[in-house]
Design a protein around this ligand. Structure first.
Ligand SMILES: Cc1cc2nc3c(=O)[nH]c(=O)nc-3n(C[C@H](O)[C@H](O)[C@H](O)COP(=O)(O)OP(=O)(O)OC[C@H]3O[C@@H](n4cnc5c(N)ncnc54)[C@H](O)[C@@H]3O)c2cc1C
Ligand code: FES
Length: 298
């Protein structure tokens, strides 16, 4: 058990040197606002008077709506994009306030925090790293993966491994980033979408996202996977991938817990021995995480 108590393959690469500084938000201005679905809004942000932050795909920021509060939101942009992109689902007070921001409004941004999908380094190794990547997302879970898919597709175009994007949504109106799906497909990725409940005009697949795995066309033994969505979806998807022959060490999942400080101080994001703002949100499925994934947030 003791060897399971750390995440040895996931060094905390991003420890803020100055934690006090990491607690102070930077001002960003809303440059564009995209209504993705009835309850998901994307904000494109530029810094007011600082260079754009550098970050890696899968990391998150703490976004504040002044006078309301601050919440964790993943970066949905790729680091190569000129603006920060955050896609927010309106579920409560702070996310609602952020979704109401319009062009020209200011928001506070702290970050970037946490671990990442480890895709940027692939750009340097396009010719040598030809593993296929299977990206599986449920609902707004595609947001933390969007930048990674962009990077993977770019690498694939340069001779890297193939990219398979499998998306599940409750119903057709809940599918996010449909224009990106078309762009990824046009550049060689396989994109499959399924919904839990069809509407009369839906002609696509119906069923859980796990139903897409078997005939997607990837070679499980020579692929890695990145999963983000409801924990039950990640649990079943990871198990199905292992049953198909994928090495559990090659499966990454993104876990969410209540985040407050983002820098490993307050303990709110604890999951077993891990602080997910620091050791996550992206963690390997193998080992202790596969057991912890069944635990409910306290
Ligand atoms: C690392 C990380 C990355 C995230 N990335 C995104 C993102 O890209 N886009 C996005 O829309 N949301 C994301 N979230 C979830 C987001 O932080 C919560 O939805 C938000 O905290 C809700 O705050 P609120 O004040 O709007 O709602 P609250 O009033 O606090 O909560 C409303 C409802 O949402 C539930 N809730 C609160 N926090 C979470 C949570 N962390 N996960 C699941 N349910 C929660 C509550 O139990 C309650 O039922 C992320 C969370 C984490 C930890
Ligand atoms: S959010 Fe404070 S320790 Fe993780």
């Amino acid at each position: 058990m003791s060897s399971d108590r750390t995440l040895p393959t996931r060094p905390f690469r991003d420890a803020p040197h100055d934690k006090r500084g990491a607690l102070t938000p930077t001002l960003y201005r809303v440059i564009e606002r995209i209504r993705e679905t009835s309850d998901v809004t994307t904000l494109l942000l530029e810094p007011l008077d600082e260079p754009l932050m550098t970050y890696r795909c899968g990391q998150f920021n703490m976004l504040s709506s002044f006078g309301v509060g601050e919440i964790a939101i993943s970066l949905s942009s790729a680091p190569s994009e000129p603006l920060l992109r955050h896609s927010v689902r309106d579920v409560g007070a702070v996310s609602h306030a952020l979704c109401q921001r319009t062009v020209g409004d200011l928001v506070g941004v702290r970050g970037p925090f946490g671990s990442d999908w480890l895709v940027e380094c692939d750009n340097d190794n396009a010719e040598t790293d030809v593993r296929d990547t299977v990206v599986v997302a449920g609902g707004i879970g595609l947001a933390p993966l969007r930048g990674a898919v962009e990077e993977l597709v770019r690498t694939s175009e340069r001779g890297g491994g193939r990219v398979f994007v499998l998306v599940g949504a409750r119903e057709p109106a809940q599918i996010v980033f449909t224009a990106d799906h078309d762009s990824w497909e046009a550049r060689g990725a396989t994109v499959l979408v399924t919904v839990d409940r069809a509407t009369p005009t839906w002609t696509g697949r119906v069923g859980l996202v796990t139903s897409l795995l078997a005939d997607a066309g990837f070679d499980p033994e020579h692929s890695r996977a990145m999963l983000c969505g409801p924990e039950i979806m990640m649990r079943f998807t990871a198990r199905a991938l292992v049953d198909l022959g994928m090495n559990p060490e090659g499966i990454l999942v993104s876990l969410e817990r209540n985040m407050q400080c983002g820098v490993g101080w307050c303990g709110h994001c604890q999951l077993g021995p891990f602080l997910l703002c620091r050791d996550g949100p992206v963690v390997p499925y193998a080992g202790l995480v596969s057991h912890l994934l069944t635990q409910r947030e306290l």
